[in-house]
Design a protein around this ligand. Structure first.
Ligand code: SF4
Ligand code: SF4
Length: 182
């Protein structure tokens, strides 16, 4: 596949479950960062990261929210890692009908990790900054953009620029007007 010669930065958060203590500071930091206005409240039920805890068996797994899926899975696998048993759901980032996590408490709308995208960018996402045990670490790497992706990348950049300049509702209004003209 041909590439555009351009690169994009891929942001990753690595999780070391052996280091997680279940302190839940990551949840607090995430919810504060996404409060409206920013840092005006702390409410873990609004966090886009949740720590699955089973204190009896000493299991703590921080999990960031992925996308919403409409159906729950038919199967459930179990994983055994270093003698500890984990259910498949513990590692699944989906917001799904059978899971109470990753949903806005008021509206029920799904929550999704946005890597704390901000302008100017943060040195590291809030959950990583809050984790004093290095269970969460932040890494970036560069990746070549292929031609097809490059087209979407350009559209996305232009779209973000328009939203920043004119606001989301104005941009949506304009798109709706164009749709009506087709
Ligand atoms: S990266 Fe940001 S949005 Fe995602 S879970 Fe961490 S604090 Fe929340
Ligand atoms: S802040 Fe770090 S150690 Fe504490 S619960 Fe979150 S991931 Fe685990």
């Amino acid at each position: 596949m041909s590439t555009t010669g351009r690169k994009r930065v891929i942001k990753e958060i690595k999780v070391d479950i052996k280091k997680c203590t279940g302190c839940r500071s990551c949840e607090l930091a995430c919810s504060a960062f996404h409060a409206m206005p920013r840092f005006s409240s702390i409410n873990p039920s609004r966090a886009r990261i949740r720590v699955f805890m089973d204190e009896v068996n000493d299991l703590y797994v921080p999990l960031r929210a992925g996308g919403y899926i409409q159906a729950e899975c038919n199967g459930r696998n179990l994983y055994v890692i270093e003698g500890k048993e984990y259910s498949e759901c513990i590692f699944c980032p989906a917001s799904c009908p059978s899971r109470r996590y990753f949903k806005e408490p008021d509206s029920g709308l799904p929550l999704k990790c946005d890597m704390c995208e901000d302008i100017p960018p943060l040195d590291a996402p809030m959950c990583v900054q809050a984790c004093k045990f290095e269970a969460l670490t932040y890494h970036t790497r560069e990746e070549e953009i292929n031609e097809e992706e490059g087209k979407y990348d350009e559209i996305e950049t232009a779209y973000r620029h328009l939203i920043k300049k004119h606001g989301k509702s104005k941009v949506l209004e304009m798109f709706n007007r164009f749709n009506g003209e087709e």
